[in-house]
Design a protein around this ligand. Structure first.
Ligand code: B16
Ligand code: MG
Length: 213
């Protein structure tokens, strides 16, 4: 049986809307209005890299100290928004797939760019369903670099071509492909159509499909 690597934001839980709001407010502080399309391209991208891209779009140069301050403000805003988050926010079909994995001895890793990933998995009460967690705290290169997924495979002691990556972002699909893994694009956005397989929701992924893979 193959191993599963799950992205977090946009695959397990829809935290993308909270990231968007927080980045939009940071953008406004430097006189910039972040569009939905621009936000889409930030999905799966690390916090620091996201700020750099926003500042480049805004054509604004800031000192290192000011950037650090904005990064803290963005994260405080985001954490405040997800404060009350619980199991009810897990996206449909996710618990089923994680349970299927556990019952069938399929190794499971998280492969997320978020530095808040472990705290979020705990809030959702599903951290015990992961054999390995690789997140923004364990990697030096942001998706589309494959580091986050390759580390996940290593921790699970799996060959990359034996791993299936569930991703909702263009940068994540590129990372999965660069890692030599099977990619499954989630959410139905145009940006993930380059994945090996695409599903609007995890409820559409049948056990037969997984077994065939
Ligand atoms: P944080 P993923 C990514 O998570 C998000 O898609 C992206 O919007 C965010 O900037 C990044 O995590 C960093 O998150 O600020 O919490 O460290 O989709 O790779 O799970
Ligand atoms: Mg994501």
């Amino acid at each position: 049986m193959k191993a599963f690597i799950f992205d977090l934001d946009g695959v397990i839980v829809d935290t993308a809307k909270y990231h968007f709001l927080a980045w939009k407010r940071i953008g406004e502080k430097v006189g910039f209005s972040l569009s939905i399309a621009q936000n889409e391209s930030l999905k799966g991208v690390s916090r620091k890299e996201s700020l750099d891209r926003i500042l480049a779009w805004a054509d604004v140069a800031l000192s290192k100290e000011k950037k650090e301050q904005l990064l803290l403000e963005k994260n405080d805003d985001y954490l405040h928004q997800i404060q009350g988050m619980g199991q009810e926010e897990i996206l449909p079909g996710v618990l089923d797939l994680l349970t299927f994995a556990q019952q069938n001895n399929v190794p499971v890793s998280l492969g997320s760019a978020s530095k808040n990933a472990t705290a979020i998995l705990k809030k959702l009460q599903i951290d015990h369903l992961f054999d390995a967690i690789v997140d923004g705290n364990n990697v030096t290169k942001s998706k589309p670099n494959p580091e986050v997924f390759l580390k996940g495979a290593e921790l699970l002691q799996q060959e990359p071509n034996n791993c299936i990556v569930f991703e909702d972002a263009a940068a994540g699909i590129q990372a999965a492909k660069a890692a030599g893994m099977i990619s499954i694009g989630m959410g139905g956005a145009e940006e993930v159509k380059s994945a090996d397989y695409c599903f609007a929701s995890m409820t559409e992924i049948t056990k037969e499909f997984i077994t065939t893979l």
